[in-house]
Design a binder for this molecule. Structure first.
Ligand code: PMP
Length: 376
């Protein structure tokens, strides 16, 4: 068996130890005589799996009981609608504000506009001058001081890691910085969830599709402050109303049981590695290695303003774009897979999530050096 170094943006690499354990437990989970896939979601075995997953995730994130932790369906895309359906009515006015930093936050904003009065608080969708250089649209983050948040907004939404552009917001603003008291942050953290310390306590809600750092596709993690729950619009489907899902511990209806089980194994794996702090140390080492190489090369280039660069998704272009196909073909031959950039931005993208080890990034940099030597 030969496993490749997998740089996919998602669904992406899972820890090999998790896959091996799942394989071992496939036919008979812990002497239950059945596979996790064959269990009732209300039976004691699955209830144990689901509750442990919730508990482990709470520990990893360090969230208090003021927050509910939910496992939902529909991915972050469905959450773009589920969020306004649940929250936009919370202050009566039906208003919400969005910060736009790339394609995913633009999509969230567009979807929310179906449900209320939605404003753009700030956007990086234009060129700007930063540190004496011109930054292209969606390669930078508008400074928090420039975010214009309405006082009556039910929430302020942003995407804390733009998976396509490779733009990350790691230091989440406080109410004081934003100059508004009761406008909770709602954060799409899909592609850097569990990769570094994130201050959930500054938010009203964080959500993440699991298929990057947290598990397989099919489950969406929602961490929501309990006072945010219970304001759903009448049109909100009952399976998507947090007020139904939270008291049932994600078992209001049949949840994606197998995906929750695998996510639970990933949470245990992260704990065994030393928790989110250990992931963060490793992710700093990996991203510094890759960006360090890119910045010292005239052959490759990352277009993102340095302070806004993502540790998880590293887009880069070759100075000579006619070499793109040769680069990708050679990478595949070297066992480095899924490096093609998103079709909207072109070039390359290396997604270096928690389950991508330092060794994989070393192999990538070695291949890039070799390619540069041969074609530079
Ligand atoms: N938000 C972000 C930041 C994403 O990376 C993605 C998927 N790549 C989505 C939202 C949409 O997620 P899904 O396809 O699971 O609906």
């Amino acid at each position: 068996m030969a496993r490749l170094w997998n740089f996919s943006a998602g669904p992406s690499a899972l820890p090999e130890a998790v896959l091996r354990q799942a394989a071992e437990e496939m036919l008979d989970w812990h002497g239950s005589g059945v596979s996790v896939m064959e269990m009732s979601h209300r039976g004691k075995h699955f209830v144990q799996i689901c509750d442990e997953a919730e508990q482990d995730l709470r520990e990893l994130l360090g969230v208090s009981d003021d927050y509910a932790v939910l496992f939902m369906q529909g991915g972050a895309t469905a959450e773009n609608a589920i969020v306004p359906m649940n929250l936009i009515g919370r202050r009566g006015a039906g208003a919400a504000d969005y910060v736009l930093t790339g394609q995913w936050s633009v999509k969230s904003h567009k979807e929310a506009a179906k449900y209320g009065d939605v404003h753009v608080a700030a956007s990086s969708g234009s060129e700007t001058e930063l540190d004496g250089k011109t930054q292209k649209p969606w390669t930078w983050v508008p400074p928090v001081e420039t975010w214009k948040v309405r006082k009556n907004a039910a929430y302020l939404h942003f995407c804390s890691n733009e998976t396509i552009g490779g733009v990350e917001i790691a230091d989440w603003p406080t109410a004081g910085q934003l100059g508004v008291d009761d406008v909770p942050l709602v954060v799409d953290a899909s592609s850097h969830f569990l990769s570094r310390h994130l201050d959930v306590s500054r938010t009203g809600m964080v959500y993440a599709g699991a298929q990057k750092n947290a598990g397989p596709a099919g489950v969406t993690v929602v961490v929501i402050r309990r006072d945010m729950i219970g304001h759903a619009l009448p049109i909100c489907p009952s399976a998507f109303d947090y007020a139904n899902v939270a008291p049932e511990h994600s078992r209001f209806n049949t949840p994606p049981t197998y995906a929750i089980y695998i996510a639970g194994l990933v949470f245990k794996w992260i704990k065994a590695q030393g928790g989110v702090a250990a992931m963060e140390r490793m992710n700093i080492a990996k991203s510094e290695l890759l960006y360090g190489y890119l910045d010292n090369s005239g052959f490759y280039r990352n277009p993102v303003h340095a302070p806004a660069r993502s540790r998880m998704n590293v887009p880069f272009v070759l100075a000579d774009e006619s070499l793109n196909d040769a680069f990708l073909k050679g990478a595949d031959e070297a066992g480095l897979t899924q490096l093609k950039g998103h079709k909207s931005v072109g070039g390359m993208r290396a997604s270096i999530y928690n389950a991508v080890p330092l060794e994989a990034v070393q192999a990538l940099v070695a291949y890039m050096q070799d390619f540069e030597r041969r074609h530079g």
